[in-house]
Design a protein around this ligand. Structure first.
Ligand code: HEC
Length: 162
C-alpha cells in the first residue's frame, strides 16, 4: 500500500517537472513559442490559440508543431503595395487585425478589409518546422501544452512525438 502511494507520488512528481520544463521551453527566448502563442495568460497571441489542439494526442500536437504545411497564414497585399505573410487574428471594430510574420517580433496591423487582398501562403514557414525540436524537448513542450489546454498531467514519452 505504502509503495503504491509512493509510486503514485513519484509519477506525479516526475510529470510535474516535465510540465515545468515544457513551460520554461515554451516561453524561452530561443524556442520562442510564447512570442507567438499565449497560454495561461502568458505570451503573445500572434498565432492560433492552442487550447483546442492541446486536447489532442501528443503525436497530433507534435505533428502540427513540425508541420511545413500552413492552414491559416496567407500572403497579404495592402492597398499601399505592402506584401507580407500574415495571420489574421480577429477584428477590432470593423477592421481586421493581421500580424505581419515577416517581422520579428511579428507586427500587429489593423487594416480595413477592403484595403487588403489575400492569397495562399507560399513563403512563410512555422519556425519549429524549419528548426526541428529534438524529441525530448518536444515531449516536454507537448506535455505543457496539454496541461495548459486541459489540465492533463499525463507524462509524454519522447517516442510518441518523434
Ligand atoms: C513567429 C511566430 C510563431 C512562433 C515562434 C511559433 N509559432 Fe506556432 N504557429 C504560428 C502561426 C502563425 C501558426 C498558424 C500556422 C498555419 O497557418 O497553419 C502556428 C501554428 C501552431 C500550431 C498548430 C495550431 C493549430 O490549431 O493548427 C501549434 C501546435 C503550434 N503553432 C505550436 C508552436 C510551438 C510549440 C512553438 C514553439 C516551439 C511555436 N508554435 C512557435 C506562429 C508561431
Amino acid at each position: 500500500m505504502i509503495w503504491t502511494v509512493l509510486l503514485l507520488f513519484a509519477q506525479a512528481a516526475s510529470s510535474q517537472t516535465q510540465i515545468e520544463r515544457g513551460e520554461a521551453l515554451f516561453f524561452n527566448q530561443e524556442k520562442g513559442c510564447g512570442g507567438c502563442h499565449a497560454l495561461k495568460g502568458k505570451g503573445t497571441a500572434v498565432g492560433p490559440d492552442l487550447k483546442a489542439i492541446g486536447r489532442l494526442a501528443p503525436a497530433a500536437i507534435a505533428m502540427a508543431v513540425h508541420s511545413s504545411v500552413t492552414q491559416y497564414v496567407e500572403m497579404v497585399k495592402t492597398k499601399e503595395g505592402d506584401s507580407f505573410p500574415g495571420y489574421t487574428a480577429g477584428k477590432e471594430g470593423d477592421k481586421l487585425v493581421i500580424f505581419d510574420l515577416s517581422k520579428n517580433p511579428p507586427e500587429k496591423k489593423v487594416l480595413a478589409a477592403a484595403d487588403v487582398t489575400k492569397s495562399g501562403n507560399d513563403k512563410w514557414q512555422h519556425p519549429p518546422a524549419k528548426a526541428k525540436i529534438d524529441a525530448k524537448d518536444l515531449a516536454d513542450i507537448v506535455a505543457y501544452i496539454r496541461f495548459a489546454a486541459s489540465g492533463s498531467r499525463t507524462a509524454v514519452d519522447p517516442a510518441d512525438v518523434q
